[in-house]
Design a binder for this molecule. Structure first.
Ligand SMILES: Nc1ncnc2c1ncn2[C@@H]1O[C@H](COP(=O)(O)OP(=O)(O)OP(=O)(O)O)[C@@H](O)[C@H]1O
Ligand SMILES: [Mg+2]
Length: 207
């Protein structure tokens, strides 16, 4: 099972939104996927309740033992971890469990600076293990601004990959999740963005 952790200790950057949509994209590609809610806030579990558990299997694993706990999960090709904000030791544990880490980051200096601890944790792990591979995904960009491109340039200085595709600020993301659905289940720009991100993710997984 490949484990993809979506992490950023900064709150509200789009971890849960990306986790649910990426999990749904992988499911729509015909793979068996489980969404792991590693956040005690339980946002992914709340979303799962909103659709009566009908869309994706969602499991709550919000303890430091996540690396061992995840090994007990059978029958899936992919596990997507929706990470918790703030909790550093949860981030450390999720990094250990992960083959791939995706870091959604909003296009603002404060948000970029706040990723330095996470980058360090990932690099530390990479020196003792040959994983995880990690990449930034610029999240919640504002239309018709150049900021997204500048942010990519700055983030790439970390040495981690930066995805060419990201998300823009769109109500379709919040509206779809509020009704227990996903951006992929509604035609529109948000759906197109998630499809582009997922294409890039497949390339990254197989690189
Ligand atoms: N691209 C987007 N466009 C518009 N709204 C978005 C977008 N991405 C996320 N949001 C909204 O921003 C808020 C925070 O997003 P989300 O819950 O996914 O972030 P998070 O990183 O998981 O937060 P937390 O750290 O609290 O777990 C939510 O209300 C969500 O609907
Ligand atoms: Mg969240």
């Amino acid at each position: 099972m490949k484990v993809i952790a979506i992490l950023n200790q900064k709150g509200g950057v789009g971890k849960t939104t990306l986790s649910i949509n990426v999990a749904r994209a992988i499911q729509l590609a015909g793979c068996k996927v489980v969404l792991i809610d590693a956040d005690p806030q339980g946002s992914s579990r709340d979303w799962n309740s909103a659709n009566g558990g009908s869309l994706l299997p969602v499991l709550g694993l919000d303890r430091k033992t996540i690396e061992a706990d995840i090994k007990n999960i059978q029958g899936y090709e992919y596990a997507i971890i929706d990470g918790a904000p703030q909790l550093r030791e949860m981030a450390v544990a999720a990094i250990k469990a992960a083959d791939i880490v995706l870091i959604p980051v909003q296009p603002s200096p404060l948000d970029i600076w706040a990723t330095s601890d996470l980058i360090e944790l990932i690099k530390e792990r990479q020196t003792i293990s040959n994983k995880p591979k990690a990449a930034f995904i610029v999240s919640r960009q504002i239309q018709n601004t150049q900021v997204g491109k500048d942010v990519r340039d700055v983030l790439s200085q970390s040495g981690l990959k930066v995805f060419d595709n990201g998300t823009f600020q769109r109500v379709a993301y919040s509206d779809s999740l509020a009704s227990g659905s996903t951006a992929l289940d509604i035609t529109g720009k948000a759906k197109e963005e998630i499809e582009l991100i997922t294409n890039e993710l497949w390339e990254f997984i197989n690189a």
